[in-house]
Design a protein around this ligand. Structure first.
Ligand code: FDA
Length: 308
């Protein structure tokens, strides 16, 4: 219930105003968000490289309302990709893009705008020496996002996508994507979804995650195991070994600020570990989804606001 309330608040402009206006929110947000500008993101990627970790950068923002904002998102990605190349970090840093931030929801030609803008970001990434992964938003966008992935992969085969184990459809999506040799980031899923399309109980989501892992590890693509769940991390390791995948054959991924010790432990054991680093001013929706994932984070946030 608390999860659903927080996810509803993530879409509420009234709650957004309250949270953003509180001057003490900043400290809690900084745990999950690396900063506001490209320089902050590049600094975080450099620090993580020093710890033996690779990175994916997400310029925060979603559901832009007009083509001008969508173009601003593209400009922000061009800026950070240029900065990454200059800093010599493109070899260990890719970028993650939400299609709704580049126009997917625009009422006129939204999908075409998103495809054109995503293509422009892929071109900039390719010029910088790296690639792009498409984030996945709520289930109404899944077909559109996977369709855009297919189009982009004709020219940029290294472009990847996220799939969400909580959706009933995802096991089949994993089989299809794995057969096509795609890079696939498997996560549990962070949105409030109805029972008609998504598993509602944690155990069912975890079982689906394992079925999806089997499909990905058994295919010809590159699995990206995006979870902080110790049990699933262990299962992924076993399945990778059984599939004959060495350290270059898959990677673990976690969010910036979550289980940093585990990130370093896995890297020290020779695994490739990528940290998802979000940066930018539009942190509200991302921050609320992190609170929804773990009630303890809400307590931490409220304590930091109330006890000062
Ligand atoms: P689970 O929520 O069961 O957590 C397992 C353990 O991890 C917890 O017991 C706790 O120790 C720790 N933990 C998890 N979340 C925490 C938090 N917020 N704060 C502190 N500790 C926490 N989702 C989506 O819908 N679309 C997307 O595109 C992406 N992209 C994405 C990229 C990457 C790299 C990651 C790691 C995750 C995503 N997600 C996502 C988010 C994902 O769907 C999911 O909500 C979170 O990863 C939390 O799920 P876990 O698999 O970690 O398990």
């Amino acid at each position: 219930m608390l999860r659903n309330a927080l996810l509803a608040a993530a879409r509420s402009t009234a709650v957004r105003g309250l949270v953003e206006a509180n001057p003490l929110t900043g400290a809690a947000v900084r745990r999950f968000v690396a900063g506001t500008g490209a320089a902050d993101a590049v600094r975080a990627a450099d620090e993580l490289r020093g710890l033996g970790l690779t990175t994916t950068l997400d310029h925060l923002g979603e559901q832009v309302a007009d083509a001008r904002q969508a173009a601003a998102t593209v400009a922000a990605y061009r800026e950070v990709l240029h900065a990454l190349a200059e800093a010599g970090l493109a070899g260990c840093t890719e970028v993650s893009v939400k299609l709704s931030a580049v126009g997917q929801f625009l009422p006129v030609d939204g999908e075409k705008t998103a495809l054109d803008n995503a293509r422009a970001i892929c071109e900039a990434a390719s010029a910088a020496g790296t690639t792009v992964t498409l984030d996945m938003e709520d289930h109404t966008t899944t077909d559109s996002t996977l369709g855009i992935l297919r189009d982009l992969r004709v020219d940029f085969p290294q472009v990847g996508a996220v799939v969400q184990a909580y959706l009933h459809r995802t096991e089949q999506d994993c089989r299809d994507l794995a057969a096509g040799g795609a890079r696939v980031r498997l996560c549990k899923g962070a949105y409030a979804e109805p029972a008609a399309v998504a598993f509602q109980h944690r155990a069912a989501v975890d079982r689906s995650y394992v079925r999806c892992l089997r499909a990905l590890m058994g295919g010809t693509g590159y699995p990206m195991v995006a979870t902080h769940d110790p049990r699933l991390i262990a299962i992924a390791g076993e399945l990778a070994e059984r599939a004959g995948r060495g350290p270059d054959g898959f990677e673990y991924q976690m969010l910036y600020g979550i289980r940093p010790d585990e990130q370093r432990r896995l890297a020290a054991r020779g695994h490739r570990v990528r940290v998802y680093v979000a940066y930018g001013d539009e942190w509200y929706g991302y921050f609320m989804r992190r609170l929804a994932e773990r009630p303890a984070n809400l307590g931490f946030f409220l304590r930091s606001v109330l006890t000062r």
